[in-house]
Design a protein around this ligand. Structure first.
Ligand SMILES: [Zn+2]
Length: 366
């Protein structure tokens, strides 16, 4: 005869049957032991991540950041990767955190919460929180729940509303909902923009318009958008059939567009004007036209490829890298240029110039 807690387990796999055969005491002892083991393994993972970051190994493997490596190779969710990286860096800053994490007095999420709050406070106050203060705060958070930690942090780092993080949620319609809190003074800026522009635009329109301007500037600085020379008399009489200067959104030049543009006949006056405009002032400077060709060749993506063939997927913070450095006589020509993300630019420089020289640029390898 079976008790209330017993079930017919013949259809289940063995591990489950084994668990069902445990006494209550055995069950609790087992789960306690595994939770402890789980924390020990987490600490070991954090130590390994620290060493991977110190060696910048993720860059060598073709990833633009430790975060990308954690999500793509270790298959952590974005939030889990974030928590582990934050905790690892907290451990690097304050050695006492390691034992607190291992004992379970501090959780990864509380450490992440504290570091986020400290960053926001530093950004807002433009002052650095000392290592001693960081340590005191972290230790004060031991044994606190996330909500209790929030109160402690709010007292320690009284950060006004602007530092409240932007909350993003994907909606069912495929759009993203963003929540931002503005102070009264910050809202006045938008009100003033509305007043001066004389248009009844809403806040979203204003933000998008400003973001579009910023995007245009960034694309120009990266050579994605051609900087137009002052119109000469010849140009001013030309037909306006050419595409207008790229509008901010979704107008980066495709390969076909650039080729088409290159095929257009130019007058010698235009050529001279452009050549003058693009004249580099030193050997490190790169012509805008060259930048554009390098960008198109790279497909607007970091060109680094690991030994195993892993191509970096970074599409932001890209830099034009001299394959043979300028300090070693490398020229600013297309053949000697490639597009690299910040991390791979540092990695390439480390390979050529050595880690000793590059230490100043990479805090993690100090
Ligand atoms: Zn890269």
């Amino acid at each position: 005869m079976m008790t209330n807690f017993e079930t017919n387990t013949s259809h289940l796999n063995n591990p489950l049957r084994e668990i069902q055969s445990l006494t209550n005491q055995q069950l609790i002892r087992k789960i306690d032991g595994l939770a402890k083991e789980g924390r020990r393994i987490t600490i070991e993972i954090l130590r390994l991540l620290r060493e991977i970051e110190r060696r910048q190994l993720f860059a060598e493997l073709g990833f633009p950041s430790l975060f990308a490596y954690c999500t793509k190779v270790l298959l952590y969710s974005e939030a889990a990767a974030c928590r582990r990286i934050e905790a690892m860096r907290a451990m690097r800053e304050t050695s006492e955190i390691e034992s607190k994490l291992e004992s379970g007095e501090l959780s990864l999420s509380v450490v992440t919460q504290a570091r986020t709050m400290i960053r926001q406070h530093e950004n807002f106050s433009k002052t650095k929180v000392t290592a001693e203060k960081r340590k005191d705060v972290m230790l004060a958070l031991c044994g606190q729940s996330k909500r209790e930690a929030e109160k402690v942090l709010a007292t320690e780092f009284a950060t006004p509303l602007p530092a409240v993080p932007v909350v993003q949620r994907e909606t069912a319609r495929g759009t993203t909902r963003v929540t931002i809190e503005f102070t009264e003074d910050e809202m006045k800026v938008f009100e003033e923009i509305r007043r001066l522009s004389g248009r009844p635009q809403n806040l979203k329109e204003t933000v998008l318009r400003l973001a579009a301007k910023e995007l245009t500037q960034l694309r120009k600085s990266r050579g994605e958008i051609r900087v137009r020379a002052k119109r000469s008399s010849v140009e001013s009489h030309q037909s306006k059939s050419q595409a207008p200067e790229n509008s901010p959104i979704d107008n980066s030049p495709s390969t076909a567009e650039v080729k088409k543009e290159a095929a257009l006949p130019k007058t010698s006056i235009e050529d001279n004007a452009l050549a003058k405009l693009n004249q580099p002032t030193d050997s490190r400077a790169i012509l805008i036209a060259t930048k554009r060709r390098v960008w198109v060749k790279a497909g607007g993506r970091c060109e680094f490829q690991s030994v195993s063939g892993q191509r970096c997927e970074a599409c932001h913070e890209l830099e034009y890298d001299h394959i043979v450095p300028v300090c070693r006589g490398g020229a600013s020509i297309e053949e000697n240029l490639r597009l690299l993300c910040r991390q791979h630019n540092i990695h390439a420089a480390t390979q050529i110039l050595g880690g000793k020289l590059m230490k100043a640029y990479i805090p993690a390898i100090r």
